[in-house]
Design a protein around this ligand. Structure first.
Ligand code: HSE
Length: 411
């Protein structure tokens, strides 16, 4: 059994415990052993919680228990998180963290200590919440000279800017909403004023360019002064406003900046809305890459941390392996999935295409053809409709990808 201790049982720490419990069978398959939360270090006692009996107040209990293999640091802040992480590493325990402030300031030192102790210091959750970006950058893109990293790296501010733009929500209300959803930092000024993005950009720049970039030396502007008028003027001109972290390197050095920017609606990052983050990395061999996903919140952040727990444990066999044959019916027939469709046919709407017009959500008339946007239906249902119209000439039929609707009917 792999024994884990969680330091800090807030939004992220409790999310890690939840994944360990809910995905216990999956973790056992991946690791060949069960994962167990042996201790929770917190100043609160969580009376009535199923894990209340595992709460300890003294870090030394964890430090001196040789059974604890991985320590999950979800405390936030630099002290005592730094001191405990260092002690845990020196006690030959791997440490997994979401703490960008600590990693951006002391990551290098803790990595060196971990190497000395023969354990791991892993921080996938420190940038981009649930988005895999640290290992892709340090491992998968290792063959590249990275020339820039650019991203929306703070879910709270992106949520606020999106709410302001799409719903006209006042800044303060959007912030309270983000806090209630567990996106914001304990002190949300770190989000609003861009400090959180500076820390994340600093970590990415350290890895991408190979030098420690001090987060406190990054040029930084937050979104506190963005007004509804800024947003409406930008919108009218074909832009959105995003808080970006950007760092590029040339022969002369690294240029990092964190600030709100007007971003053309044609830029791929303009489509990154709400709590989502998007991070683009440019490498001299791979070209442009983009990483996208939930940038904050309990489950996405904990997902990255549990991934790091798995990485920290020695796997007994290759984790990349699958069964030879799926159980009967396990691989479903995609034609039973309803899809919305774009259908273009010969003739105009006046040519009695009423059956299609009646069920379409939108129709576009061309000179000699008519296009219909049809609601989700299965292949069979679609065939029935087509059969009802004699002498129909289909010139185009394309499924519309709507992820939420990608569900087998009756399945
Ligand atoms: N407060 C951070 C955010 C949490 O909103 O992105 C994830 O790092």
């Amino acid at each position: 059994m792999i024994q884990v201790a969680i330091m800090g049982f807030g939004v992220v720490g409790s999310g890690v415990a939840k994944i360990i419990e809910e995905n216990a069978a999956l973790l056992k398959t991946r690791l060949g052993e069960e994962v167990n939360v042996k201790y929770i270090l917190d100043i609160r006692d969580f009376t009535g919680h199923a894990m209340a009996g595992r709460v300890v107040r003294d870090f030394a209990v964890i430090e001196h228990d040789p059974d604890v293999k991985v320590v999950v640091e979800a405390m936030g802040g630099v002290h005592p998180a730094y001191d405990y992480s260092l002690k845990a590493i020196r006690a030959h325990k791997s440490v997994v963290t979401s703490n960008k402030e600590l990693v951006s300031l002391h990551g290098r030192e803790l990595l060196v200590e971990a190497k000395k102790a023969g354990v791991r210091y892993l921080f996938e959750a420190s940038v981009g919440g649930g988005i895999p970006i640290i290992r892709p950058l340090s491992d998968c893109l290792a063959a590249n000279k990275i020339s820039s990293v650019t991203g929306i790296m703070n879910g709270t501010t992106n949520y606020i800017l999106t709410q302001m733009k799409e719903n006209g929500t006042p800044f303060a209300d959007a912030l309270s909403d983000a806090q209630a959803r567990g996106f914001a930092e304990r002190d949300p000024s770190a989000d609003i004023d861009g400090k959180d993005t500076c820390r994340k950009l600093s970590i990415l720049a350290d890895i991408a360019f190979g030098y420690q970039v001090d987060p406190n030396e990054i040029y930084c502007e937050g979104i506190r002064n963005i007004s509804p008028r800024d947003i409406s003027d930008a919108t009218e001109a074909g832009y959105c406003i995003k808080l970006l972290g950007h760092a590029r390197v040339d022969e002369e050095g690294i240029t990092p900046i964190v600030a709100p920017f007007l971003l053309a609606n044609t830029h791929i990052l303009s489509g990154v809305s709400g709590v989502f983050n998007g991070i683009g990395v440019v490498g001299n061999m791979v070209g442009e890459t983009m990483f996208y996903g939930h940038g904050a919140g309990s489950a996405p952040t904990a997902s990255a941390m549990v991934g790091d727990i798995i990485e920290a444990c020695e796997v007994s066999s290759s984790p990349v392996l699958w069964e030879e044959k799926a159980p009967e019916g396990y691989i479903k027939d995609v034609t039973t999935c309803p899809f919305a469709r774009y259908l273009r046919v010969k003739g105009t709407r006046a040519d009695s295409l009423t059956t299609l017009a009646e069920c379409a959500v939108r129709a576009v008339s061309h000179e000699d053809e008519t296009a219909f946007f049809l609601p989700p239906m299965t292949d069979d249902e679609f065939a029935v409709i087509l059969k009802m119209i004699p002498e129909l000439t289909v010139t185009s039929s394309i499924r519309i990808f709507t992820p939420g609707e990608f569900v087998p009917k009756n399945g």
